[in-house]
Design a protein around this ligand. Structure first.
Ligand code: ATP
Length: 204
């Protein structure tokens, strides 16, 4: 099984890249989704979050209100680190378990989408790390269309990540998503067809 760690800045097109890779036959693990599951009611992470952040982060149905928690932690780097200290080990545990299951199932190519893969120090989970980046102007435009975050909130989220240059230097492959979506699809498809490690994993 060949494991691709997919990272990149906020709104750079990571999800679009996973859509193409899924169409090509890869299994995708989205770490953000895993994170939400890792702190569902009844988990240790849930208890720890409530203990550290108080009952005000729980909504009426007893679930952790991600918007509220996000508002708190992106306004205060110390709180963000506290939350990451709780959530990252739980998420890593879930991803590791999932990787074992997929291997047993005979999955050939798996993609773990982790926006903060380098910050979390999870390079060892992947055989190859790809980072998706895009020009700031394109990101601003794309993210504006989609989200209702204020300028300050968006900046706080960007500040909480490494810079694109740091990621590009550490990744095995840089995908510049600066053109149309069709171009991105074509680029990823070409990569898939020509990458020896991917082809090796598929044919073995
Ligand atoms: P996040 O960090 O918030 O999870 P992301 O990196 O997964 O974001 P996407 O959700 O894939 O980014 O892309 C952000 C938005 O930009 C989406 O609405 C997507 O459809 C759009 N988008 C991505 N790439 C392009 C492109 N090349 N041309 C036009 N729109 C694009």
């Amino acid at each position: 099984m060949f494991v691709i760690g997919l990272t990149g800045g906020i709104g750079t097109g990571k999800t679009e890249v996973t859509h193409v890779l899924r169409d090509l036959g890869a299994v995708i693990i989205e770490s953000d989704k895993v994170a939400h599951l890792s702190y569902r009611p009844g988990t240790d992470a849930y208890e720890e979050i409530v203990e550290q952040f108080g009952k005000e982060v729980i909504d009426d149905s007893g679930v952790i209100d991600r918007a509220k928690l996000g508002g708190l932690v992106f306004a205060d780097p110390d709180l963000r680190i506290q939350l990451e200290t709780i959530v990252w080990p739980a998420v890593r545990g879930c991803i590791t378990e999932r990787l074992i299951q997929e291997k047993e199932r005979g999955t050939k190519i798996i993609v773990i989408e982790v926006p903060k893969l380098f910050e979390a120090g999870w390079e060892d989970l992947a055989d190859s790390i790809w980072t998706v980046e895009a020009p700031s102007a394109s990101i601003a435009q794309r993210v504006n269309v989609r989200s209702n975050l204020s300028e300050t909130q968006k900046n706080a989220r960007v500040q909480a990540q490494m810079t694109k240059w740091e990621r590009a230097e550490r990744a095995d492959l840089l995908i510049e998503n600066s053109a149309e979506l069709v171009d991105l699809r074509e680029r990823i498809t070409n990569l898939w067809r020509t990458n020896p490690e991917i082809q090796n994993a598929i044919n073995n």
